[in-house]
Design a protein around this ligand. Structure first.
Ligand SMILES: [Zn+2]
Length: 300
């Protein structure tokens, strides 16, 4: 082998060794890089998780905030700050007792005193749903007498005009407040029960009914419909039809709430009232005021 050949081989070996060292260094460097990249990856995912949690919390907060703004109280809740009352839910009713609740809507009228006389004679208590606009000057006394003799007064609105009371919750409250104040002024009573003209499920109040009832409940008022109707203000009633209408629905209801009217066009109701009461007594009923009965609203 020539001398030049030896040096060539030596050069090759040195070159090989150099490349080997370099590649090793590179591998070492790469693994450090990879390791650090992995560590960063770990940190990255921790940061990501934290960011995600923050975002979710933020979203939750935003949702809660929007919920709160949706639950914001409507303006009508701020109207009439004195239009609040208290209603005591009656204790559970005795299932063995037969109790009927006589109710008279639309009064006072020129018939009110006669109705009160009939009730007084028999020592029977009833419930009157008052229309504010019907309280004329000389009718204050009939309201005073109702309270004095142990009857219950409920509210049946001031105007009893569907286009006035059912166009908005604000208008209903405005109307209701008038009669509420009126009754308070005359009798000192803060009425806590009411009945909607045409009942709670009437066609006029459909759009506002649920919110309105909720608002009335929030203010402490309880709504009572009826489950027996004398139908004394529909068509051409007779004494017979009035008595029969009550009789036929009695059996269908425990604790019948009997709807009758106290208005100038309902003379027949007053004339029939003694017979109605006798019929109920004969069937074993006792009489109480409506505030002692658990609330009743039409189930439909
Ligand atoms: Zn009415």
């Amino acid at each position: 082998m020539k001398k030049s050949n030896y040096s060539g081989v030596a050069l090759l070996i040195v070159g090989f060794l150099f490349i080997l060292i370099l590649s090793q260094e590179r591998t070492e460097k790469m693994s450090t890089k990879e390791e650090s990249a992995y560590t960063w990856k770990e940190i990255d995912s921790t940061v990501l998780m934290a960011e995600l949690e923050n975002k979710m919390a933020q979203e939750r907060q935003e949702e809660e905030n929007s919920q709160t703004s949706m639950d914001e109280v409507p303006d009508y809740t701020k109207m009439f700050p004195d239009l609040y009352t208290e209603y005591q839910t009656p204790k559970e009713m005795d299932k063995d007792k037969k109790i009927a609740y006589l109710t008279f809507d639309d009064g006072p009228s020129e018939n009110t005193f006669e109705i009160l006389d009939i009730l007084e004679e028999r020592d029977i208590k009833a419930t009157f749903f008052i229309v504010g606009s019907a309280i004329k000057n000389d009718r204050d006394d009939s309201l005073k007498r109702m309270i004095y003799e142990g009857h219950t007064i409920g509210i049946h609105t001031y105007s009893h005009q569907c286009n006035e009371i059912y166009c908005s919750i604000e208008r209903f409250l405005e109307d209701f407040n008038l009669v509420y104040e009126q009754i308070h002024e005359i009798t000192g009573e803060r009425v806590n029960i009411y009945r909607f003209p045409w009942g709670s499920n009437n066609g006029y109040s459909k759009g506002i009914k649920d919110a309105l009832m909720e608002e009335m409940e929030r203010r402490g008022f309880t709504c009572y419909d009826w489950n027996v109707s004398a139908d004394d203000s529909i068509g051409h009633p007779t004494a017979y039809s009035i008595l029969n209408n009550i009789k036929k629905d009695l059996k269908r209801n425990d604790y019948p709430i009997i709807l009758m009217h106290d208005s100038p066009v309902n003379d027949l109701t007053v004339k029939t009232l003694p017979d109605i009461i006798d019929m109920l007594i004969e069937k074993g009923y006792k009489f109480e005021t409506l505030d002692l009965r658990e609330p009743y609203q039409f189930p439909w």
